[in-house]
Every structure is written in C-alpha cells, then in structure tokens.
Design a protein around this ligand. Structure first.
Ligand code: ZN
Length: 120
C-alpha cells in the first residue's frame, strides 16, 4: 500500500519537472539590421547572451541587433578591429573615386603595354 502511494508521487513530481523545463526553454525573437536595411530575424533562448551582430541572410553584410527599436550604428561596428582592407579603403574613398583611380590605372597599364613595358 505504501509502496504504491510512493510510485504515484514519483510520477506526479516528474510531470511537474517537465512543465518547469518547458517554461525555462522560452525563446525570444531578435531582429538584426544590415547597412542595406535588410532585417534578419533570429530566435534565441530567452536566457542566451545575445550577440551584437549577425550576418545578414540576404547580403552577408554585418547586421546590428535591434534593441528597444534602435540598433547600433554600423559605422561604429566598422571601426572595430577585424575589418577588411576593402572596408578600410571604403572609409577613405568613395566608390566613384575608386572607379576613377581604376580607370587611370588601366589607362596607365594600357600605355605601358603599347610601349612593350608592361609586366601585367
Ligand atoms: Zn543585408
């Protein structure tokens, strides 16, 4: 008699534990916005440490997390160590300037080619 009662108790407490686990596994959705304003939504466990950045799903740029409707300025992100040479170059020159330099360079190489001096 007493053994049966204990078994019943054990089963009851087990199912209570499962409910607690379900509550702990709460998830929350967070949005990340990239420089081109694409939104990437990622679901995290509620207690997880949130990353400040995520890779944009549409264009693979760095996207900043949106907190309280705001997100970190991507310029701030770009000034962090680890940015590529191309990113640093774009901070000093606009794409138009770079295209202009490229045209000059191509003209220079073509000129050298015409003289038979080009190595490229
Ligand atoms: Zn994007």
């Amino acid at each position: 008699m007493s053994e049966q009662t204990m078994r019943g108790m054990r089963l009851g407490s087990q199912s209570l534990e499962n409910e607690v686990n379900v509550n702990l596994a709460k998830r929350s959705k967070h949005s990340f916005i990239c420089g081109d304003n694409h939104t990437t939504e990622i679901v995290f466990a509620a207690e997880a440490d949130l990353p400040e950045t995520w890779q944009c799903r549409q264009c693979s740029q760095l996207a900043a997390i949106v907190t309280d409707g705001k997100h970190i300025e991507l310029e701030v992100l770009n000034n962090r160590p680890g940015r590529s040479h191309y990113e640093m170059l774009l901070e000093r020159r606009s794409t138009e300037e770079l295209e202009e330099i490229l045209k000059e360079r191509i003209a220079y190489i073509k000129g050298r080619r015409a003289l038979g001096k080009a190595e490229l």
